[in-house]
Design a protein around this ligand. Structure first.
Ligand SMILES: C[S@@+](CC[C@H](N)C(=O)[O-])C[C@H]1O[C@@H](n2cnc3c(N)ncnc32)[C@H](O)[C@@H]1O
Length: 243
């Protein structure tokens, strides 16, 4: 079942973006693993609200593509970068248009990520994928609150070796895999607010009633266990390759 991003667009940046983490964790990972240099052209595939397109647009020419009109409406207001509504499986660009395609937390949404990576290889010389590795993913108290969540994600997120294989099949050479630790401290109320606004797309895929029960559990249990500081400790994986 696909996640409907039109329902999340308005709150997306409030509950997911964080200027410091976006720059210091995500953008740094994308630039380093994607070997991106100032002035190179970038395709942000599944760009959503354009949070990375916007950060990069001061140094690079960026085109943001996404299938959700609601997400792109927010991205367009951030300019100056081009926004294109389209399907990541069939990119509406000529061969060799971009130096780098970046694909951030998108592969698990695609019906055929291998086809999307093949088309990325047609339009871009290099690629960098950012994703979550389900063999190491831990969600702490969220696993207690939402018992089905991890199992659902394990089926949605492509395994890292499968991504590496798909990149090679797409014509990219010798993909490199870089796993990085992500640590972010929030107030407990901020984290609860993120859950209330369904900051993980998997919340939309839980069995009936599980989201509501889990939220009630967290509202009672988080302040009791953590007081008013909540630390997120996670890992994300960047995979980069050149053709
Ligand atoms: C988790 S969001 C990631 C957005 C952005 N990359 C970020 O990290 O903030 C996933 C995005 O993939 C987009 N998406 C899903 N299926 C797509 C497709 N077939 N083609 C293009 N974009 C797609 C969604 O609309 C959504 O904006």
């Amino acid at each position: 079942m696909a996640v409907d991003y039109s329902r999340h667009a308005a709150d997306y940046d409030r509950v997911r973006a964080d200027e410091a983490m976006d720059r210091e964790f995500w953008l740094r990972g994308l630039v380093e693993v994607g070997h991106l240099r100032d002035g190179e052209s970038v395709l942000d595939l599944g760009a959503g609200t354009g949070r990375f397109a916007q950060l990069l647009s001061t140094t690079n020419r960026v085109v943001a593509i996404d299938s959700s009109d609601a997400m792109l409406r927010i991205a367009r207001a951030k300019g100056p970068f081009e926004c294109v509504e389209g399907d990541g499986h069939r990119l509406p660009f000529r061969a060799d248009t971009f130096d780098l395609a970046m694909v951030v937390m998108v592969l698990h949404h695609l019906g055929d990520y291998g086809a999307a990576l093949r088309d990325a290889a047609r339009v871009a010389h290099r690629v960098v994928v950012a994703t979550s590795d389900m063999t190491t993913r831990r969600l702490g108290i969220l696993e207690e609150a939402f018992p089905s969540l991890l199992a659902i994600d394990r089926k949605r997120f492509p395994p890292i070796p499968a991504i590496v294989h798909a990149l090679e099949a797409a014509g990219f050479r010798a993909p490199i895999v870089v796993d990085r630790a992500y640590v972010r401290t929030l107030t407990t109320e901020e984290q609860l607010d993120r859950v209330r606004h369904r900051y993980l797309s998997t919340f939309d895929l839980l069995p009936p009633g599980e989201y509501e029960r889990g939220l009630r559990f967290l509202e009672t249990e988080m302040p009791r266990r953590y007081g008013d500081r909540f630390e997120i400790s996670a890992r994300f994986t960047f995979v980069g390759a050149t053709r």
